[in-house]
Ligand binder design. Structure first.
Ligand SMILES: Nc1ncnc2c1ncn2[C@@H]1O[C@H](COP(=O)(O)OP(=O)(O)OP(=O)(O)O)[C@@H](O)[C@H]1O
Length: 292
């Protein structure tokens, strides 16, 4: 997909929100879009998602796209599972497949207990889980996430990080906006900033090394580290079962969760965050949340 000289304004003769935007959206890439409030990030994502059209310029190529909007329309007269299954069918899935995928994603995000709840009765965070699930169950070629992590609990945020990594590793593309500059920082292929209606490379984000978190963990002697450690994990393990793992801060929750949920579980001895050290025996706040 490619944007050529794309511009968008909301009224004829009105101010240009975006102008002269050239952007390559390659397969398998993770692209980050940043910018100040009101700079035009959501406008750009809506153009990429195909739910809005440019006022000038061209968009070439249209992969199968799924989109998590900044605001989820929770007033729709559906239960969570009814809504997800309906959208799965809109994406071309057969009913039972849509239902199975919807339930699997709700479970993965810890929202399966709310499958039968009306959307309007869901909490903000659970609504957001449904919003994310509707996009992921479509197994899109292009996933657009507009502050999709906002309102999610720690485990669900980590799950979404994982899901984005899984999707891009299968050749799909993800484009996201998030106000936390550490979000997926270690995994980003290209970063851009909306600035004065233009889209410019965000060299500050893309060239800085991602902040790292170090986790000291102990497992049974001779047991190897669990599978599914997040992308970018560097691990040293000795024969007595002591491990030192370093991971981009964006993936530290996923790492802790993987260790704590392993069979047998690993004991977290210390978590050292950038500029902050939390030594055992108390686990970090993230670890406490994950074990509770
Ligand atoms: N449907 C619309 N009609 C008219 N103006 C709009 C519309 N949507 C967005 N705008 C205007 O376009 C500009 C960019 O808005 P946009 O929502 O794209 O910014 P943003 O960078 O995503 O902001 P935020 O970080 O606050 O979410 C703002 O001035 C906004 O008022």
């Amino acid at each position: 997909m490619r944007l050529t000289k794309v511009g968008r304004r909301y009224a004829p003769g009105g101010p240009w929100v975006l102008r002269g935007v050239d952007l390559d959206v390659p397969a398998g890439a993770l692209l980050r879009i940043s910018g100040a409030n009101g700079s035009g990030k959501s406008t750009l994502l809506r153009l990429l998602a195909g739910i809005d059209a440019p006022s000038e310029g061209r968009i070439h190529g249209r992969p199968r796209t799924a989109y998590v909007p900044e605001r989820f329309p929770s007033a729709l007269p559906f239960t969570a599972i009814g809504y997800l299954t309906h959208l799965g069918r809109v994406h071309g899935l057969r009913g039972p497949v849509a239902d199975a995928r919807a339930r699997a994603w709700l479970e993965r995000f810890g929202a399966d207990g709310h499958a039968g709840t009306q959307l309007r009765e869901l909490s903000k965070g659970t609504s957001q889980k449904v919003a994310v699930a509707q996009a992921l169950l479509a197994e899109p070629e292009l996933l657009i996430l507009d502050e999709a992590w906002t309102g999610l609990d720690t485990a669900a945020r980590a799950e979404l990080d994982l899901a984005v990594g899984e999707l891009t590793s299968t050749g799909a593309t993800a484009v996201y906006v998030d106000h936390d500059p550490r979000r997926l920082a270690g995994a980003v292929d290209a970063a851009y900033r909306v600035d004065g209606a233009a889209l410019v490379p965000d060299t500050a984000t893309s060239s800085e090394p991602a902040p790292q978190v170090t986790v000291l963990a102990r497992g049974r002697a001779g047991v190897s580290l669990p599978g599914g450690l997040p992308e970018g994990t560097h691990a040293e393990l000795d024969a007595a079962g002591s491990a030192r793992l370093t991971v981009p801060a964006a993936h530290s929750d996923t790492l802790l969760r993987t260790l704590l949920h392993a069979d047998p579980p690993w004991h977290i001895r210390a978590v050292r965050e950038p500029g902050r050290a939390v030594e055992g025996p108390q686990p970090s706040s993230a670890a406490q949340e994950l074990t509770s």
